[in-house]
Write a protein that binds this ligand. Structure first.
Ligand code: FPP
Length: 215
């Protein structure tokens, strides 16, 4: 969800206001995705690299995660099941504060019965860290690593392959996001910063996914 900071700076606002607008737009895009019958929506909320940002900004983003995970009644109304993907809380390098851990665990358990869209929030997530973690698990199980064995050792083993990757705000680089799960997936790039990611963008991304599926 790139471009929150730039969106705010263009308006003469602090970067944190961009993240707030980003959280609001995420809620809107979740509703729009449900309306379109999307089964899985996975968003990159906070990466393993994001901890080095200024403390105030980190605190603000963490607070927004608590807010999003707290929108349980709205998510239940939409029949949305929440999942989290990220570095396990007991990992020696993990830094997720207890209040965010609790909010994540509560949102997961309070929406576990829902049968509609799965919204997965990547928090303290990094793809290379995930792949290294999977490799350690495989070695610990004395198994020979191959694609099937490694797939089962990922943070969420039954996560489906990514249909389409979306990157906002004119960024056309591959980021450290779902590299294992998105190998070969098409990418949809938009110049809109995340707070302005629109329903038209969503439709264009879905159309790209369909185009590649039917090939
Ligand atoms: C990247 O834009 C965005 C983030 C690091 C934070 C994303 C968080 C939200 C949208 C808040 C709500 C989300 C959840 C899942 C609760 P940037 O800060 O790098 O902006 P820039 O590219 O303009 O600098």
């Amino acid at each position: 969800m790139d471009g929150n900071g730039r969106w705010a700076q263009r308006r003469g606002l602090p970067r944190t206001e961009g993240h707030t607008a980003g959280e609001e737009n995420l809620a809107a895009i979740v509703r729009a995705s449900v309306a379109r019958g999307v089964d899985y929506l996975t968003v990159f909320g906070f990466s393993t690299e994001n901890w080095v940002r200024p403390r105030r900004e980190v605190r603000h983003i963490l607070g927004l995660h608590r807010k999003l995970f707290g929108r349980v009644s709205e998510l239940n109304d939409l029949n949305v099941r929440v999942q989290w993907i990220g570095r396990p809380f007991d990992d020696p390098a993990a830094r997720t504060p207890t209040y965010v851990q609790r909010a994540i665990q509560k949102a997961i358990s309070d929406t576990a019965q829902n049968t509609g869209m799965t919204l997965t929030v990547a928090f303290d997530y990094g793809s290379r860290t995930e792949i290294a973690h999977a490799a350690r698990r495989v070695v610990g199980q004395h198994k020979t690593p191959n694609v099937a064995v490694m797939s089962r050792a990922m943070y969420i083993p039954d996560m489906p392959h990514v249909d389409v990757l979306v990157r906002t705000s004119g960024e056309t680089r591959i980021s450290n996001f779902l590299l294992w799960q998105a190998a070969g997936s098409p990418s949809y790039f938009t110049n809109n910063p995340w707070p302005e990611f629109s329903e038209d963008d969503l439709d264009a991304a879905i159309a790209l996914a369909h185009k590649f599926r039917s090939r």
